[in-house]
Design a protein around this ligand. Sequence first.
Ligand SMILES: Cc1cc2nc3c(=O)[nH]c(=O)nc-3n(C[C@H](O)[C@H](O)[C@H](O)COP(=O)(O)O)c2cc1C
Length: 512
Amino acid sequence: MTHFRDTTFYRYHCDTKHTLARLYSHPHFLDWANQPNPFRHYDGAELIDLPVPERPAAREYFGLANATESASVTLSTVSQLLYYSMAISAWKEVPKRGLRWALRVNPSSGNLHPTETHLIARNVAGLEDGCYHFRVDGFQLEQRYAGPVDDVLRGLCGECAMAPRVLTVVLTSIFAREAWKYRARAFRYCHHDLGHAVGAIAEASRGLGLPCFCNHLFDDSVIEQALGLDGGDEVPGAVLSMGMEAEDLRSTGVNARCFQGTANVLTDAPIEYSAIEEVYRATAGRGGARDAPVSPPTCGDGVALSLQRSCDSRRDLWDVIRQRRSGVNFDGKTAISADEFGAILHRATAAAPGDVFHGPERRGFVRCYVYVHRVSGVDAGVYQYDRCEHRLVRVRAGDQRKAATRLSLGQRIAGDSAFAVSMIADFDGAYRSLGERGYRAMHLEAGFIGQGLYLGAETVGVNATGIGAFFDDKVNRYLGLGEGSEVIYHFTVGRAVEDVRLRTTAAYPFEQ
Ligand SMILES: Cc1cc2nc3c(=O)[nH]c(=O)nc-3n(C[C@H](O)[C@H](O)[C@H](O)COP(=O)(O)O)c2cc1C
């Protein structure tokens, strides 16, 4: 097997690193007239209005366990699931300038939302068996195919190594939406966004009492064929199977079928990035030597500090989910307690059923290095978070506010917070374990952890922001990373300052 440094993904990774020289020599200006439409429609497909979502029973985020026994799944459950994971959460307006844009429950780099949601329903009460696309702006389903889906389920679940269940969610990515702003680096952002979306759906299904298995290691062509995506601008990203097991599947192989509706054109002037196409193709296979042993992440032997795993919180999960917002500015003074800090890190890095955290004991490929700025009882410094032992090991002592800001491309949110995070991925282990596919796995896992950081922060009454822009090699050097490990995502958690120039309005007419 070749070394990870000789792979297509690593060439792409190096070519898309941020450096000062690149930022100055290749400035990028946004072509607002050609911004891709953030809403996908399958024009001509039959539209089904989702019922107004009922408020589910109250839940507490930190104490919520994975469901094992499943509640029944109805069209109302589907409505709740989508409303609390992938729907619009609010509209924002700048009345003076006539600007208006939608925010969603799942965050997205640049609010560009490359992730689309498809459903496969089998024995969902109130919904005909078939394949559907979630039309986010109308809170509707577009029926792309009606009829038996046993063959599709068998094909998908066989490919993803999970049991077929009554509801299957397939997430896809549209790279062009992100490439409009982030150019070739967009492939990375799309996979972070995908990880956030997987986390958002997993959390909502957990709250609804539905067992949920999140998988993303499959051969893309099988999923493309099963959902009629071949040839379009959407590519498969993850498959989540939830609810009761569908035990009596009656077919083998995937039959050819006719899908309804034509995908709307998102931009008249799409710009193709050959680097994205190349890394996408290289990583489209199922993953090389699956389950090859990955050595457990090691922590240094600096000063160690044990953390609490939980803290008091009274916010209901459903408010946390719908009211989650990224901070655009942080106040630069709010501190959180050590218990809150421990609970946020512990919950965000807890393994989920499926292959999001890959490898033995679901240790995954991503480790968090934390820049502590304002955590009561924890000295300022950079610490490596050991998720297995739930403790911090100090890597650098002293004030890290300037360093965190500088490394995050000068973004003050990284230093004005209570703490910031560099997510470090084991490139070597991911490649040895999954081949080129490991590159996607690392980014998706980082996005999934990021979604946990968002929800944990909101639960304790502060906010968070994902940071996809950082000086890659400067971070690697600052943290003294060894060969084979590199930064792939940044995060920051603190008290956001509200932008009073913006007006917030309801997500959907039924909320008014
Ligand atoms: C992968 C990812 C990368 C992001 N990178 C940045 C960033 O570098 N700087 C920033 O201010 N916000 C960043 N954000 C926050 C987004 O801008 C924010 O999620 C988006 O505007 C939607 O707003 P919301 O999170 O409040 O729904 C990022 C979010 C994600 C998911």
